[in-house]
Design a protein around this ligand. Structure first.
Ligand code: IPE
Ligand code: IPE
Ligand code: MG
Length: 238
């Protein structure tokens, strides 16, 4: 078991490998996504046991829109179903749901469910759970840039006042600490346009486990690896 001192405050996860999990079992890709949603529920239980305050998961990227129509449809149906279940369960747990991404592209009925879940859990404070949906890190940076440009244009902000703090305040989800640990499953070692700004000094742990197989043991391994790392933030050891 990982020690409970120096646990990460914010874990970001690229939940990858659903398709390969299904393929290995001779099942349609959708079966991997379904099992992946179950793995996410287990993961959320585990982080709550550890009292980890912030989690951000990559559920669907801006680039995932280029997948076949049938796969997108299946993913959106799974999202509908999961939202419905979580709206029903919302009162039973202490999770605050927050969706980030270009949600204009999401079907209206799903967006309504998203807003409902966010509203229902707005005052929860156990786990701050961010779901990146139709999300791209580059898009988020452009989003913040446009907001800032608008403020400059309207004389609400002076160009010289633009700082890292001001920039961060204009991202999708201001006010949370940046992830200190990023976990990516399935053996791929890349960021795939996730949280480009926020991951600047994040420790990254890449696991071979395919996301649908992700268990408490994998989380423990990732945290132990995180605790072995020496974080320097550009300065010298000491
Ligand atoms: C991650 O699993 C889930 C999404 C991107 C929606 P993949 O669907 O990318 O699974 P692989 O990488 O093809 O195995
Ligand atoms: C990243 O995984 C997006 C999600 C997990 C939602 P991808 O499977 O889309 O990334 P690439 O294509 O392997 O880089
Ligand atoms: Mg993938």
């Amino acid at each position: 078991m990982a020690e409970t001192i120096s646990l990460p405050k914010h874990i970001a996860v690229i939940m990858d490998g659903n398709g390969r999990w299904a393929q290995k079992k001779g099942l349609p890709r959708f079966a991997g996504h379904k099992k992946g949603a179950e793995a996410l529920a287990l993961f959320l239980n585990e982080v709550q046991k550890l009292n980890i305050k912030y989690v951000t998961v990559f559920a669907f990227s801006s680039e995932n829109w280029s997948r076949p129509k049938e796969e997108i449809l299946a993913l959106m149906n799974l999202l509908r179903q999961t939202l419905k279940e979580n709206i029903i369960k919302a009162d039973q747990n202490n999770i605050k749901y927050n969706f980030i991404g270009n949600l204009d592209k999401i079907n209206k009925d799903i967006l309504e469910q998203i807003r409902l879940l966010e509203e229902k859990t707005a005052n929860k404070n156990g786990l701050f759970f961010n779901i990146a949906l139709s999300y791209g890190g580059r898009e988020e940076i452009i989003f913040a840039t446009k907001k800032i440009a608008e403020k400059v244009k309207n004389n609400k902000l002076n160009i010289n006042e633009i700082s890292e703090d001001i920039f961060a305040q204009n991202l999708y989800n201001p006010g949370q600490p940046y992830p200190d640990l990023l976990i990516r499953t399935s053996g791929e070692k890349r960021i795939s346009n996730f949280l480009l700004w926020q991951l600047a000094y994040t420790e990254m742990v890449f696991l071979d486990t395919l996301w649908p197989d992700f268990s408490a043991k994998d989380l423990d391994m990732a945290i132990i690896e995180f605790q072995k790392r020496e974080r320097r933030f550009g300065s010298l050891k000491g």
